[in-house]
Ligand binder design. Structure first.
Ligand code: AR6
Length: 188
């Protein structure tokens, strides 16, 4: 099972576990447009990070009125090991003909672009949209990994050196591993 791949000087690593324990400089939250928290990974991040994250989310909400699907915003990490949390909003799965793949790709792209802007060197992503939002796992993994690989091929002036994809369960891990092998430089 392929678990890591170096591409354009960046290590893409598949990790199984809880993203709130990640040692990366930033972690990504699969939030909703309200930015006010929720269940799943969003709930876990706010619980582990404490109230400072929600306070910052409220300030962002006051300034820009939430976060539309595909967009991303950044806060501090509160009590987390990660210094930053990038909150992005994935699409709700509605059968696949409503630009779900486009919005999911934007969520990864905009999170990565924000990480570059903040000169973040390492970042961890959860499997955006595949829980409460119902996006089929294999399809979401393919979009996530293709988007990351395309982003790395185009990036310039970005200090990122490590991207972790955190799978909460073995089936997510298997889906990532399958997609990562399609990203391999030998196959392109
Ligand atoms: N670490 C890593 N992955 C996790 C963790 C964790 N601690 N907890 C859950 N996952 P979801 P979505 C996985 O539902 O589908 C929230 O209520 C989970 O197993 O968290 O984008 C928000 O507020 C799944 O693989 O996010 C929104 O309303 C993945 O994270 C809505 O859910 C995503 O599941 C967003 O739904």
């Amino acid at each position: 099972m392929l678990k890591e791949l170096e591409l354009h000087g960046v290590l893409i690593k598949l990790v199984q576990g809880d993203i709130t324990r990640s040692q990366t400089e930033a972690i990504v939250n699969a939030a909703n447009s309200s930015l006010l928290g929720g269940g799943g990974v969003d709930g876990a991040i706010h619980r582990a990070g404490g109230p400072a994250i929600l306070e910052e989310c409220k300030q962002i909400r006051a300034m820009q009125g939430g976060c539309p699907p595909g967009q991303a915003v950044i806060t501090g990490g509160g009590k987390l090991k990660a210094r930053h949390v990038i909150h992005t909003v994935g699409p709700i799965w509605r059968g696949g003909r409503n630009n779900e793949a486009g919005v999911l790709a934007e969520a990864y792209q905009n999170s990565l672009a924000l990480a570059c802007d903040y000169e973040i060197k390492s970042i961890a992503f959860p499997s955006i949209s595949t829980g409460a939002y119902g996006y089929p796992l294999e399809e979401a993994a393919a979009v996530a990994i293709k988007t990351i690989c395309d982003f790395l091929a185009r990036k310039s002036d970005c200090p990122l050196t490590e991207i972790h994809l955190v799978a909460f369960d073995p089936s997510t891990m298997a889906a990532y591993s399958e997609s990562l092998s399609n990203c391999s430089p030998q196959k392109t």
